[in-house]
Design a protein around this ligand. Structure first.
Ligand SMILES: Cc1ncc(C[n+]2csc(CCOP(=O)(O)OP(=O)(O)O)c2C)c(N)n1
Ligand code: SF4
Length: 283
């Protein structure tokens, strides 16, 4: 009874804060209070609201993890796929119905660990989907094991003496794989997260948002404070058109840069498929 009333108070507060975007809310999120994933959920509400995407045309696809719960919390269609398999599922959906707005959401374990073989192909095909990676540098759902983005030395359930593997950098990977829109955000900055997601959805092609989304429950090393102390915006004179420069800036760890790293307009997967169809018909 007590938790029920607390729930409805939280629900009421969230609704009041969400303003117009409350129309997009579905089930009450089950994440821990303070989890960085909330910011991204609200960012996505704001983005689809601003872009006036009808719920019937939106599909959110996820893998497994705390981040994998995403489709339950937003109206529209959703698909909670197998661990690491959200991109192939989204690929099928987009090919079957190019009119859909397809958004993939997943964790660092889901997308860079078990699903790491799919990310390059979504990107290099320039499929017109948006991929939001919620990076908390830990496996949250399974209660705190190191992930492929955990820093060296980090102690966890699976690394009691400290992590001995070097971390992967999702922003650099996306750029290297050929993603045509790449941004990095931080869950402490709600407006910037919402704007990055909106721009990513607007982009025609494979758009990638790498959100630094602290796990307040299990990661005591990568926290809101540690991230806040380590990040800064990309310089004012930075231009997101130079691929080599984008990769160089993405690799910086001191500071870690936030913002739009790269955007390129080239034909999408759908357009290339159409071109092949037309040329086959003509021949
Ligand atoms: C094939 C398979 N292997 C392992 C698991 C167990 N498992 C569930 S979620 C998860 C990791 C989730 O971490 P992440 O993707 O970073 O998301 P988070 O929970 O941190 O949001 C693992 C290993 C599983 N469900 N399926
Ligand atoms: S365990 Fe971590 S990632 Fe999962 S909901 Fe809680 S704070 Fe978020």
């Amino acid at each position: 009874m007590k938790s029920q009333s607390k729930r409805s108070v939280l629900d009421g507060l969230a609704k009041a804060k969400a303003g117009k975007t409350k129309e997009w809310r579905d089930q009450l999120p089950t994440w821990c209070p303070g989890c960085g994933h909330f910011t991204v959920l609200h960012g996505l509400y704001e983005a689809v609201e601003k872009l006036k995407i009808p719920a019937k045309d939106l599909v959110v696809v996820s893998g497994i993890g705390c981040s994998g719960r995403f489709p339950f919390f937003i109206k529209g269609f959703g698909f909670h796929a197998l661990h690491g398999r959200a991109i192939p599922v989204a690929t099928g959906m987009k090919i079957a119905n190019p009119e859909l707005t397809v958004v993939v959401v997943g964790g660092d374990g889901d997308g860079i660990g078990i699903g790491g073989g799919h990310f390059p192909h979504g990107a290099r095909n320039n499929l017109d989907i948006t991929y939001i990676l919620l990076d908390n540098s830990i496996y949250g759902l399974t209660k705190g094991q190191v992930s492929p983005t955990s820093p060296m030395g980090m102690k966890s359930g699976t690394t009691p003496y400290g992590n001995i593997a070097r971390p992967l950098n999702p922003t650099t990977l996306a750029l290297t794989y050929g993603a045509t829109f790449v941004a990095r955000t931080f869950s402490r900055e709600r407006d910037k997260v919402a704007e990055a997601i909106r721009l990513a959805i607007e982009h025609k092609g494979f758009s990638f948002v790498h959100d630094l989304s602290p796990c307040v429950e299990f990661n005591k090393i990568i926290t809101y404070k540690s991230v806040f102390d380590g990040v800064t915006a990309l310089p004012d004179d930075y231009s997101p058109t130079d691929h080599t420069e984008a990769i160089k800036m993405s690799e910086s760890t001191d500071p870690i840069y936030l913002g739009l790293y790269y955007e390129e307009k080239i034909p999408t997967f759908d357009q290339n498929v159409q071109q092949v169809k037309d040329s086959v018909r003509e021949s």
